[in-house]
Design a protein. Structure first.
Length: 410
């Protein structure tokens, strides 16, 4: 493969004791295809799943199994010194925990501790282990220290269950590795505010109105923007996601709280990406006590409009870049262009949430990007991180175009 960013790079590949260890063979093939030099390091547990000879044949390098390798030149110091990247795939909960605690009890963890090159981790485990708060705390700690993570994905696991914990596909892992060597820091010196997740509009002390948004799209945009050099202010409704490392983070609940936070920070930003699914209506009056069911078969709720944050920003945007989202089930392009025009946006991300693999609570999306000129570009189903990359690319394109302050939407 020509002109790969991985060409002539020394990649340490740590393989740990997971059923997904067999996928490391494909990772080696893809890295070698890109003319990278791969040095496999296996934990003892990994050898129970794949024999070292397999990886040795593919990488044309001796597989390092312990600190007392017959090859005197391959120890944890020499390995870590030559590394341009350390990729751990698959990474078990056990090795993630060891790394987070600084434990170095074998050649793999010892080399990791000595390594000063970027470290990319591809987790693989049962979904119950992945959601364990101890594991999540370890992941959060490593991200805060600069470790990179790719995946895991939601899918069928070795146990036969469906859940999050499946290792990302080798092609995605290698693509992420390439990205590490091709970070475009093209937004260096810029500040962007991103909203994410749903809002909750309280009915009483225990109930609220909300929607299916998980925040995954907004968080992916925050991660990609930070990676590309921007200062990111992330304003998020309630989600279960880990806060991306290195961003300024504000947690809000209601549409009014989000409006206040966005407005307060608006003067210091170069642009806003409104990826949050803000509730359109909230109860006219919140009950102080729990609404009792009693003998009633029906209950009536009186609702009021919530603040239209995007429209408010469009009124005062001047030369700032403003990006909105449009989720529809029909007449997508018509509704998206209408919203683009009425709210004075520079770009709108339109997606038909009725399509499989698009919309809320999934890791993928199917979108069209429509700019102020009405030009639309549609994409096939992509991961939300890939969609985020496309959105930032388009923002850069808009940023490079001659722009004037305008109130043409009025």
């Amino acid at each position: 493969m020509e002109n790969s960013k991985l060409q002539d790079k020394n990649i340490l590949l740590g393989i740990t004791g997971s059923i997904a260890a067999y996928k490391a063979a494909e990772i080696i093939r893809l890295l070698s295809e890109r003319k990278a030099k791969v040095y496999p390091i296996m934990s003892r547990a990994a050898t129970n799943f794949v024999h070292p000879t397999t990886f040795q044949s593919l990488a044309s390098q001796e597989v390092v199994l312990d600190s007392f390798s017959k090859n005197k030149g391959l120890n944890h110091i020499s390995l870590s010194s030559l590394a341009d990247l350390f990729l751990i795939a698959p990474a078990t909960a056990n090795v993630i925990g060891k790394i987070a605690c600084g434990i170095a009890d074998d050649i793999l963890t010892t080399t990791i501790l000595a390594c000063q090159a970027p470290i990319l981790i591809a987790p693989a485990m049962n979904h119950r282990m992945w959601v364990n708060p101890i594991l999540q705390q370890n992941v959060k700690k490593l991200k805060s220290l600069g470790f990179k993570f790719v995946g895991p994905m939601k899918g069928r696991l070795a146990s036969g269950e469906i859940g999050e914990g499946r290792m990302s596909e080798p092609s995605q892992i290698v693509k992420y590795a390439e990205k590490i060597f091709s970070i475009k820091e093209d937004f260096q010196g810029k500040t962007f505010l991103i909203t994410a997740g749903p809002t909750r509009e309280r009915l009483d002390k225990i109930r609220f109105l909300s929607n299916y948004s998980t925040g995954k799209m907004g968080y992916a945009l925050a991660e990609e923007g930070k990676l590309r050099g921007a200062r990111i202010i992330l304003v998020s409704g309630p989600t279960f996601l880990n806060v991306p490392s290195g961003v300024e983070f504000y947690r809000v609940e209601s549409a009014e709280q989000m409006e206040a936070c966005v407005t307060e920070n608006f003067s210091q930003v170069d642009g806003v990406i409104m990826a949050a699914a803000v509730a359109d209506f909230s109860p006219l009056k919140m009950r102080k006590d729990k609404i009792k069911k009693g003998a009633r078969e029906k209950i009536s709720l009186e609702l009021k409009r919530t603040p239209d944050i995007l429209a408010e920003l469009g009124e005062i945007k001047q030369d700032k870049i403003l990006v909105g989202f449009c989720a529809e089930t029909k007449d997508l392009e018509k509704e998206a262009k209408k919203k683009l025009r009425q709210k004075n946006l520079d770009l709108i991300v339109a997606n038909n949430i009725s399509l499989p693999g698009a919309g809320f609570a999934v890791d993928t999306n199917i979108v069209s990007l429509i700019d102020k000129k009405g030009e639309a570009k549609s994409f096939p189903k992509l991961t939300k991180r890939e969609v985020a990359e496309k959105i930032w690319d388009k923002i850069k394109e808009i940023e490079n175009q001659p722009r004037i302050r305008t109130d043409e939407h009025k």
